[in-house]
Design a protein around this ligand. Structure first.
Ligand SMILES: *[C@@H]1O[C@H](CO)[C@@H](O)[C@H](O)[C@H]1NC(C)=O
Ligand SMILES: *[C@@H]1O[C@H](CO)[C@@H](O)[C@H](O)[C@H]1NC(C)=O
Ligand SMILES: CC(=O)N[C@@H]1CO[C@H](CO)[C@@H](O)[C@@H]1O
Length: 384
């Protein structure tokens, strides 16, 4: 997920000065924007969402999402399926920041909720500057054990109940305002961090969230160095996830340079997968609840799926998110269907996002009443 700032900007600009464009939201419970449509008709999708649809009398569908019945043939279940648990990466403009004011840790209640529903995987974003404070040496200095203990407690809570905990430095390959360029420093940092978790087989190392504006080959070299660092720590049994440039987008995987660079990834323990992210709004940023079409999920994953299969690599969709309207739910299920029909190529997927501080963010799946609980949660559960 790109910075919260773009999300805030999108929310602020949600009150249009003119009538709503085609495919925009034009009504629903809690909606306060413009209810008139430009060259289209406002069609009720469900109680919570009306949409400007082209054509004078677009059919109104309140049918629930098709679910796996619309996903025929043999499907391979996900090994890892769950949610992102945001909070510890919040307030990234305040370093170190105060627990409870600038950042927070995931709620045990939320973790229990998803485990009870049958999910097993949680990605925990955190900030490198809070683990390795710039004021005490940064990446080569000592860890801040107060913050690291918070991460460890969250990890232990999840893995103690049999779940998988993905630890995710949510830094976009930028530390303290500067792009990380030293492969040896990044390797050493990961060697030191992985050592803290090396005895826990249910930990998964996600080497860096969403590098961007860095050549794919450079990101590849940093990721390969970090894979080597993790293994050198003695953490030899855990899965490692590497991400590519261009926010590790699945839809741009074969056009961003990632497909040329990442085929060469190697792991002495042969347990590495490629983590990609995918949103279904027009710019793929996950900032709009309007999806491009009901088939956009499957379409945006196709080339990446083929590339993974050609290279004999495994994929993992670490972030997917959409609005909660019928079109988006269908598109989301299309994506999950495409993944499960690929014969085990995709190890799993995570919804973005749970976490205690999302408020009324449309993708919040935080129990008990995040906006994505009513329509998205059942759509995900259909693919358990
Ligand atoms: C370490 O983390 C704690 C908790 O966030 C914070 O209060 C403290 O200031 C941090 N220390 C440094 C040196 O950043
Ligand atoms: C769907 O999301 C909208 C915000 O985009 C929210 O107001 C609404 O409550 C959500 N609907 C459901 C059923 O969760
Ligand atoms: C929305 C998002 O991307 N958030 C992650 C999580 O919290 C805030 C928001 O991102 C950001 O600082 C961080 O990148």
């Amino acid at each position: 997920m790109k910075a919260i700032l773009s999300l805030a900007a999108a929310l602020l600009s949600a009150a249009p000065a003119f009538s709503t464009a085609v495919w925009g939201q034009c009504g629903g419970i809690g909606f306060s924007g413009d209810t008139t449509c430009t060259a289209s008709t406002c069609v009720k999708v469900n109680d919570y969402y009306s949409q400007c649809q082209p054509g004078a009398s677009a059919p109104t569908s309140t049918a629930s999402a098709p679910g796996p019945s619309a996903c025929p043939g043999s499907r391979t279940k996900f090994k890892l399926f769950g949610v992102n648990e945001s909070g510890a990466e919040f307030g990234n403009n305040v370093i170190p920041g105060a627990l409870g004011t600038d950042y927070t840790w995931p709620s045990p209640t939320s973790i229990d909720f998803f485990l009870d529903q049958g999910f097993n995987t949680f990605r925990i974003p955190f900030l490198m500057e809070r683990v390795s404070p710039p004021s005490t040496g940064g990446l080569t200095g000592p860890f801040n054990n107060t913050y690291l203990d918070g991460l460890k407690q969250t990890v232990s809570y999840i893995t103690g109940k049999g779940g998988f905990a993905i630890i995710d430095p949510h830094n976009f390959m930028i530390f303290n305002g500067a792009t990380i360029t030293s492969t040896s420093q990044f390797q050493a940092w990961w060697q030191k961090l992985a050592a803290e978790f090396k005895t826990n087989n249910n930990v998964i190392f996600d080497l860096m969230n969403e590098p961007h504006d860095i050549p794919a080959q450079t990101v590849f070299q940093l990721m390969q160095a970090a894979v080597n660092g993790v293994r050198a720590s003695g953490a030899t049994s855990q899965l490692i996830l590497v991400e590519g440039t261009s926010w590790t987008g699945a839809w741009t995987w074969t056009t961003s340079g990632n497909s040329d660079a990442f085929g060469a990834i190697t792991d002495p323990n042969n347990n590495v997968a490629i983590q990609m992210h995918q949103y279904l709004d027009s710019d793929g940023s996950g900032t709009s609840p309007t999806c491009v079409s009901s088939t956009i999920g499957a379409e945006r994953l196709q080339a990446a799926t083929q590339w993974l299969q050609q290279k004999g690599l495994k994929g993992f969709l670490g972030e997917i998110g959409t609005g909660n309207n019928t079109q988006c739910v269908t598109a989301l299920q299309g994506a999950l269907c495409e993944m499960q029909q690929a014969g085990g190529t995709w190890l799993g997927a995570l919804w973005w996002a749970a976490g205690p501080w999302w408020g009324d963010y449309y993708q919040s799946i935080e129990p008990p009443n995040g906006d994505a609980i009513t329509n998205i949660l059942p759509a995900l559960k259909a693919f358990l």
